[in-house]
Design a binder for this molecule. Structure first.
Ligand SMILES: Nc1ncnc2c1ncn2[C@@H]1O[C@H](COP(=O)(O)OP(=O)(O)O)[C@@H](O)[C@H]1O
Ligand SMILES: [Mg+2]
Length: 343
Protein backbone atom coordinates (compact mmCIF):
# COMPACT_ATOMS: atom_id res chain seq x y z
CA UNK A 1 0.00 0.00 0.00
CA UNK A 2 1.19 3.51 -0.77
CA UNK A 3 2.33 5.43 2.26
CA UNK A 4 1.05 8.97 1.79
CA UNK A 5 2.78 11.52 3.99
CA UNK A 6 0.39 14.40 4.62
CA UNK A 7 2.31 17.49 5.71
CA UNK A 8 0.45 20.09 7.74
CA UNK A 9 0.92 23.13 9.97
CA UNK A 10 4.05 24.94 8.93
CA UNK A 11 5.91 28.11 9.71
CA UNK A 12 3.64 30.50 7.85
CA UNK A 13 0.89 32.76 9.15
CA UNK A 14 -1.53 30.26 7.65
CA UNK A 15 -0.57 27.48 10.08
CA UNK A 16 -4.09 27.22 11.53
CA UNK A 17 -5.77 27.14 8.13
CA UNK A 18 -3.44 24.35 7.13
CA UNK A 19 -4.57 22.31 10.15
CA UNK A 20 -8.17 22.65 9.00
CA UNK A 21 -7.38 21.82 5.38
CA UNK A 22 -5.28 18.81 6.41
CA UNK A 23 -8.04 17.46 8.66
CA UNK A 24 -10.43 17.32 5.70
CA UNK A 25 -7.81 15.86 3.36
CA UNK A 26 -6.73 13.16 5.83
CA UNK A 27 -10.35 12.21 6.50
CA UNK A 28 -10.95 11.88 2.77
CA UNK A 29 -8.04 9.52 2.05
CA UNK A 30 -9.29 5.98 1.48
CA UNK A 31 -7.59 3.73 4.10
CA UNK A 32 -8.16 0.69 1.90
CA UNK A 33 -5.85 2.25 -0.65
CA UNK A 34 -3.41 4.29 1.36
CA UNK A 35 -1.46 4.25 4.58
CA UNK A 36 -1.70 7.78 5.86
CA UNK A 37 1.36 9.19 7.63
CA UNK A 38 0.68 12.46 9.43
CA UNK A 39 3.65 14.79 9.52
CA UNK A 40 3.15 18.04 11.34
CA UNK A 41 5.39 21.08 11.20
CA UNK A 42 5.25 23.38 14.21
CA UNK A 43 5.23 27.16 13.92
CA UNK A 44 8.90 27.16 14.79
CA UNK A 45 9.64 24.65 12.03
CA UNK A 46 10.11 21.42 14.02
CA UNK A 47 8.93 18.35 12.10
CA UNK A 48 6.88 15.81 14.05
CA UNK A 49 5.34 12.43 13.38
CA UNK A 50 1.77 12.30 14.66
CA UNK A 51 -0.05 9.00 15.09
CA UNK A 52 -3.14 10.02 17.07
CA UNK A 53 -6.69 11.04 16.25
CA UNK A 54 -7.01 13.39 13.27
CA UNK A 55 -9.54 15.47 15.21
CA UNK A 56 -6.73 16.77 17.41
CA UNK A 57 -5.15 18.66 14.54
CA UNK A 58 -7.41 21.70 14.46
CA UNK A 59 -6.83 22.88 18.05
CA UNK A 60 -3.10 22.21 17.95
CA UNK A 61 -3.24 19.51 20.65
CA UNK A 62 -1.65 16.97 18.23
CA UNK A 63 1.70 18.55 19.05
CA UNK A 64 1.63 17.16 22.62
CA UNK A 65 1.77 13.52 21.56
CA UNK A 66 3.77 13.84 18.35
CA UNK A 67 7.41 12.72 18.22
CA UNK A 68 10.20 14.90 16.86
CA UNK A 69 11.64 13.72 13.55
CA UNK A 70 14.33 14.96 11.21
CA UNK A 71 13.38 16.43 7.85
CA UNK A 72 15.24 13.66 6.07
CA UNK A 73 13.09 11.01 7.85
CA UNK A 74 10.36 11.85 5.33
CA UNK A 75 11.94 9.48 2.84
CA UNK A 76 11.81 6.57 5.31
CA UNK A 77 8.32 7.32 6.57
CA UNK A 78 6.45 7.95 3.32
CA UNK A 79 6.45 7.05 -0.39
CA UNK A 80 4.75 10.25 -1.38
CA UNK A 81 4.42 13.77 0.02
CA UNK A 82 1.10 15.57 0.05
CA UNK A 83 1.82 19.06 1.34
CA UNK A 84 -1.31 20.68 2.77
CA UNK A 85 0.60 23.78 3.77
CA UNK A 86 -0.33 27.33 2.86
CA UNK A 87 1.89 30.36 2.39
CA UNK A 88 5.66 30.78 2.78
CA UNK A 89 7.70 27.58 3.28
CA UNK A 90 4.81 25.44 2.10
CA UNK A 91 3.48 26.88 -1.07
CA UNK A 92 6.46 28.84 -2.33
CA UNK A 93 8.77 26.17 -3.77
CA UNK A 94 11.01 25.77 -0.74
CA UNK A 95 9.54 22.53 0.56
CA UNK A 96 9.05 21.34 -3.02
CA UNK A 97 12.82 21.73 -3.41
CA UNK A 98 13.28 19.54 -0.35
CA UNK A 99 11.08 16.82 -1.88
CA UNK A 100 13.19 16.98 -5.02
CA UNK A 101 16.39 16.70 -3.00
CA UNK A 102 15.03 13.70 -1.09
CA UNK A 103 13.68 12.20 -4.31
CA UNK A 104 10.17 11.84 -2.90
CA UNK A 105 7.28 12.18 -5.38
CA UNK A 106 4.85 14.90 -4.29
CA UNK A 107 1.51 16.49 -5.02
CA UNK A 108 1.01 19.81 -6.72
CA UNK A 109 3.20 22.35 -8.41
CA UNK A 110 6.95 22.01 -8.68
CA UNK A 111 9.66 24.35 -7.44
CA UNK A 112 9.61 26.96 -10.19
CA UNK A 113 5.87 27.11 -10.53
CA UNK A 114 5.28 27.32 -6.77
CA UNK A 115 7.81 30.13 -6.44
CA UNK A 116 6.39 32.06 -9.39
CA UNK A 117 2.80 31.80 -8.21
CA UNK A 118 3.77 32.98 -4.72
CA UNK A 119 5.54 36.05 -6.03
CA UNK A 120 2.96 38.55 -7.27
CA UNK A 121 5.38 40.66 -9.32
CA UNK A 122 6.94 37.66 -11.09
CA UNK A 123 3.56 36.13 -11.85
CA UNK A 124 2.26 39.40 -13.26
CA UNK A 125 5.31 39.88 -15.47
CA UNK A 126 4.61 36.51 -17.05
CA UNK A 127 0.87 37.11 -17.38
CA UNK A 128 1.60 40.39 -19.17
CA UNK A 129 4.15 38.79 -21.42
CA UNK A 130 1.67 36.04 -22.36
CA UNK A 131 -1.04 38.60 -23.10
CA UNK A 132 -3.17 37.53 -20.14
CA UNK A 133 -5.21 40.36 -18.62
CA UNK A 134 -4.05 41.54 -15.20
CA UNK A 135 -4.55 44.80 -13.29
CA UNK A 136 -2.01 47.59 -13.93
CA UNK A 137 0.73 47.78 -11.33
CA UNK A 138 3.99 49.34 -10.28
CA UNK A 139 6.89 47.74 -8.45
CA UNK A 140 8.72 49.69 -5.75
CA UNK A 141 11.40 48.68 -3.29
CA UNK A 142 11.17 48.87 0.50
CA UNK A 143 14.69 50.37 0.61
CA UNK A 144 13.53 53.29 -1.56
CA UNK A 145 10.46 53.74 0.60
CA UNK A 146 12.73 54.02 3.62
CA UNK A 147 15.25 56.33 1.97
CA UNK A 148 12.88 58.69 0.22
CA UNK A 149 9.22 58.01 0.83
CA UNK A 150 8.01 61.23 -0.80
CA UNK A 151 9.69 60.47 -4.14
CA UNK A 152 8.16 57.03 -4.20
CA UNK A 153 4.74 58.46 -3.41
CA UNK A 154 5.12 61.00 -6.25
CA UNK A 155 6.13 58.34 -8.74
CA UNK A 156 3.22 56.12 -7.80
CA UNK A 157 0.70 58.95 -7.96
CA UNK A 158 2.02 60.02 -11.38
CA UNK A 159 1.43 56.55 -12.77
CA UNK A 160 -1.66 55.13 -11.13
CA UNK A 161 -4.96 56.67 -10.01
CA UNK A 162 -6.57 55.96 -6.63
CA UNK A 163 -8.00 53.57 -5.43
CA UNK A 164 -4.84 51.45 -5.11
CA UNK A 165 -3.91 48.16 -3.48
CA UNK A 166 -0.47 47.96 -1.89
CA UNK A 167 0.96 44.49 -1.27
CA UNK A 168 4.20 42.78 -0.35
CA UNK A 169 5.14 40.86 -3.50
CA UNK A 170 5.69 37.60 -1.68
CA UNK A 171 3.26 36.83 1.14
CA UNK A 172 -0.27 35.45 0.80
CA UNK A 173 -3.43 35.47 2.88
CA UNK A 174 -3.76 39.23 2.69
CA UNK A 175 -0.94 39.86 5.19
CA UNK A 176 0.52 43.34 4.76
CA UNK A 177 -2.05 44.35 2.12
CA UNK A 178 -3.85 47.70 2.20
CA UNK A 179 -6.50 49.38 0.14
CA UNK A 180 -5.58 53.05 -0.18
CA UNK A 181 -7.57 56.05 -1.31
CA UNK A 182 -5.22 58.97 -0.73
CA UNK A 183 -1.60 60.07 -0.18
CA UNK A 184 -1.70 59.65 3.55
CA UNK A 185 -2.97 56.09 3.32
CA UNK A 186 -0.43 55.33 0.60
CA UNK A 187 2.45 56.36 2.88
CA UNK A 188 1.24 54.09 5.68
CA UNK A 189 0.56 51.20 3.30
CA UNK A 190 4.05 51.38 1.79
CA UNK A 191 5.62 51.30 5.24
CA UNK A 192 3.48 48.32 6.22
CA UNK A 193 4.13 46.30 3.06
CA UNK A 194 7.84 47.04 3.42
CA UNK A 195 7.85 45.16 6.72
CA UNK A 196 7.07 41.93 4.90
CA UNK A 197 9.01 42.10 1.67
CA UNK A 198 11.71 44.03 -0.12
CA UNK A 199 9.53 44.24 -3.20
CA UNK A 200 6.21 46.02 -2.97
CA UNK A 201 3.55 45.89 -5.63
CA UNK A 202 1.06 48.71 -6.08
CA UNK A 203 -1.98 47.84 -8.13
CA UNK A 204 -4.81 49.82 -9.59
CA UNK A 205 -7.93 48.97 -7.61
CA UNK A 206 -10.64 47.30 -9.63
CA UNK A 207 -14.25 47.81 -8.60
CA UNK A 208 -14.84 44.14 -8.94
CA UNK A 209 -16.58 40.89 -8.27
CA UNK A 210 -14.16 38.18 -7.12
CA UNK A 211 -14.41 34.86 -8.89
CA UNK A 212 -12.23 31.79 -8.93
CA UNK A 213 -11.91 28.46 -10.55
CA UNK A 214 -9.95 25.28 -9.94
CA UNK A 215 -7.60 23.52 -12.31
CA UNK A 216 -6.22 19.99 -12.02
CA UNK A 217 -3.90 18.13 -14.33
CA UNK A 218 -0.40 18.04 -15.70
CA UNK A 219 -0.07 18.32 -19.42
CA UNK A 220 -3.81 18.39 -20.12
CA UNK A 221 -5.36 20.45 -17.34
CA UNK A 222 -9.08 20.33 -16.59
CA UNK A 223 -11.07 23.24 -15.24
CA UNK A 224 -13.78 23.19 -12.55
CA UNK A 225 -16.90 25.29 -12.22
CA UNK A 226 -16.43 29.00 -11.51
CA UNK A 227 -17.33 30.27 -8.07
CA UNK A 228 -17.85 33.76 -6.70
CA UNK A 229 -16.97 35.11 -3.27
CA UNK A 230 -19.61 37.55 -2.31
CA UNK A 231 -17.94 39.69 0.31
CA UNK A 232 -19.84 42.02 2.55
CA UNK A 233 -16.64 43.58 3.84
CA UNK A 234 -14.35 46.18 2.31
CA UNK A 235 -12.05 43.54 0.88
CA UNK A 236 -11.42 39.86 1.29
CA UNK A 237 -8.96 40.11 4.15
CA UNK A 238 -7.48 37.46 6.41
CA UNK A 239 -10.43 37.33 8.81
CA UNK A 240 -12.93 37.17 6.01
CA UNK A 241 -11.05 34.30 4.43
CA UNK A 242 -10.71 32.00 7.35
CA UNK A 243 -13.38 32.57 9.91
CA UNK A 244 -16.75 30.90 9.81
CA UNK A 245 -18.99 33.84 10.25
CA UNK A 246 -16.91 36.05 8.05
CA UNK A 247 -19.51 37.96 6.13
CA UNK A 248 -18.70 36.16 2.91
CA UNK A 249 -20.79 33.82 0.88
CA UNK A 250 -19.74 31.44 -1.84
CA UNK A 251 -21.87 31.32 -4.94
CA UNK A 252 -21.23 28.30 -7.15
CA UNK A 253 -21.65 28.36 -10.07
CA UNK A 254 -21.00 32.08 -10.23
CA UNK A 255 -23.87 34.02 -11.76
CA UNK A 256 -22.06 35.52 -14.72
CA UNK A 257 -22.90 36.00 -18.39
CA UNK A 258 -22.14 32.72 -20.19
CA UNK A 259 -19.37 34.31 -22.27
CA UNK A 260 -17.62 35.72 -19.18
CA UNK A 261 -17.95 32.37 -17.42
CA UNK A 262 -16.25 30.55 -20.29
CA UNK A 263 -13.65 33.28 -20.73
CA UNK A 264 -12.62 32.74 -17.11
CA UNK A 265 -12.28 29.00 -17.61
CA UNK A 266 -10.17 29.49 -20.73
CA UNK A 267 -7.95 32.07 -19.04
CA UNK A 268 -7.53 29.77 -16.03
CA UNK A 269 -6.07 27.06 -18.20
CA UNK A 270 -3.75 29.52 -19.97
CA UNK A 271 -2.54 31.02 -16.69
CA UNK A 272 -1.95 27.53 -15.27
CA UNK A 273 0.18 26.61 -18.26
CA UNK A 274 1.94 30.00 -18.33
CA UNK A 275 3.25 29.53 -14.79
CA UNK A 276 4.07 25.85 -15.44
CA UNK A 277 1.63 24.55 -12.84
CA UNK A 278 1.06 20.86 -12.30
CA UNK A 279 -1.20 18.78 -10.10
CA UNK A 280 -3.67 21.41 -9.01
CA UNK A 281 -4.16 25.10 -8.37
CA UNK A 282 -6.88 27.68 -7.80
CA UNK A 283 -6.91 30.63 -10.16
CA UNK A 284 -8.41 33.88 -8.85
CA UNK A 285 -9.95 36.58 -10.99
CA UNK A 286 -11.53 40.01 -10.77
CA UNK A 287 -14.50 40.91 -12.95
CA UNK A 288 -14.92 44.67 -13.32
CA UNK A 289 -18.43 45.55 -12.16
CA UNK A 290 -18.69 48.43 -14.62
CA UNK A 291 -17.07 47.08 -17.79
CA UNK A 292 -17.27 43.30 -17.35
CA UNK A 293 -13.53 43.09 -18.10
CA UNK A 294 -11.88 40.00 -16.59
CA UNK A 295 -8.48 40.26 -14.84
CA UNK A 296 -6.34 37.44 -13.46
CA UNK A 297 -5.44 38.25 -9.88
CA UNK A 298 -3.31 35.34 -8.76
CA UNK A 299 -2.74 31.61 -8.65
CA UNK A 300 -2.82 29.75 -5.35
CA UNK A 301 -0.87 26.52 -5.69
CA UNK A 302 -2.15 25.02 -2.42
CA UNK A 303 -5.61 26.55 -2.01
CA UNK A 304 -7.74 26.19 1.09
CA UNK A 305 -8.83 22.57 1.21
CA UNK A 306 -11.44 22.22 3.94
CA UNK A 307 -14.82 20.74 3.08
CA UNK A 308 -16.15 24.28 2.97
CA UNK A 309 -13.37 25.71 0.80
CA UNK A 310 -13.96 27.11 -2.63
CA UNK A 311 -11.56 24.74 -4.42
CA UNK A 312 -13.22 21.41 -3.54
CA UNK A 313 -16.69 22.96 -3.80
CA UNK A 314 -16.03 24.16 -7.36
CA UNK A 315 -14.92 20.64 -8.22
CA UNK A 316 -17.98 19.17 -6.56
CA UNK A 317 -20.08 21.38 -8.81
CA UNK A 318 -18.11 19.98 -11.76
CA UNK A 319 -18.93 16.42 -10.63
CA UNK A 320 -15.71 15.51 -8.80
CA UNK A 321 -16.14 14.50 -5.15
CA UNK A 322 -13.72 15.59 -2.41
CA UNK A 323 -12.29 12.08 -2.13
CA UNK A 324 -11.87 11.68 -5.88
CA UNK A 325 -10.21 15.09 -6.07
CA UNK A 326 -7.60 14.15 -3.47
CA UNK A 327 -6.94 10.82 -5.20
CA UNK A 328 -6.52 12.45 -8.58
CA UNK A 329 -4.07 14.94 -7.09
CA UNK A 330 -2.01 12.06 -5.65
CA UNK A 331 -2.09 10.22 -8.99
CA UNK A 332 -1.03 13.36 -10.83
CA UNK A 333 1.93 13.74 -8.47
CA UNK A 334 3.07 10.22 -9.27
CA UNK A 335 2.46 10.79 -12.97
CA UNK A 336 4.69 13.84 -13.02
CA UNK A 337 7.38 12.10 -10.99
CA UNK A 338 7.54 9.14 -13.38
CA UNK A 339 7.34 11.33 -16.46
CA UNK A 340 10.28 13.37 -15.18
CA UNK A 341 12.36 10.38 -14.20
CA UNK A 342 11.73 8.29 -17.30
CA UNK A 343 12.88 10.59 -20.04
N1 LIG B 1 -6.23 45.31 -7.72
C1 LIG B 1 -7.22 45.02 -6.88
N2 LIG B 1 -8.45 45.52 -7.08
C2 LIG B 1 -9.46 45.22 -6.21
N3 LIG B 1 -9.34 44.44 -5.14
C3 LIG B 1 -8.13 43.92 -4.88
C4 LIG B 1 -7.01 44.17 -5.74
N4 LIG B 1 -5.95 43.51 -5.25
C5 LIG B 1 -6.38 42.88 -4.13
N5 LIG B 1 -7.67 43.12 -3.89
C6 LIG B 1 -8.45 42.62 -2.75
O1 LIG B 1 -7.56 42.15 -1.75
C7 LIG B 1 -7.66 40.73 -1.55
C8 LIG B 1 -6.30 40.11 -1.30
O2 LIG B 1 -5.41 40.36 -2.38
P1 LIG B 1 -4.60 39.22 -3.09
O3 LIG B 1 -3.80 39.85 -4.15
O4 LIG B 1 -5.54 38.15 -3.51
O5 LIG B 1 -3.64 38.72 -1.95
P2 LIG B 1 -3.45 37.34 -1.18
O6 LIG B 1 -2.28 36.68 -1.82
O7 LIG B 1 -3.13 37.75 0.21
O8 LIG B 1 -4.70 36.54 -1.32
C9 LIG B 1 -8.34 40.26 -2.84
O9 LIG B 1 -9.02 39.05 -2.65
C10 LIG B 1 -9.27 41.43 -3.13
O10 LIG B 1 -10.40 41.42 -2.26
MG1 LIG C 1 -5.87 36.19 -2.93
Amino acid sequence: MRKIGVLFGGKSGEHEVSLLSATSVIEALDREKYDVVMIGITKSGQWKLYEGDVHNLADGSWEKTAADIEVSDLKKLADFALPVLHGPYGEDGTIQGLFEMLDVPYAGCGVLSSALCMDKVSAKKIFERMGLPTARYKLVYAEDVKDDLESVVKEVEAELPYTLFVKPSNMGSSVGISKVRNTEELRAALALAGKYDRRIIIEEGINCREVETGVIGNHKPEVAAVGEIVAKLDFYDYTAKYTDDAGTELSIPAKLPASTYEEIRTLAKKAYMALDCSGFARIDFFVDKDTGQVYINEINTIPGFTKYSMFPLMWKEAGVSFRELVERIVDLGYERYYAKNNR
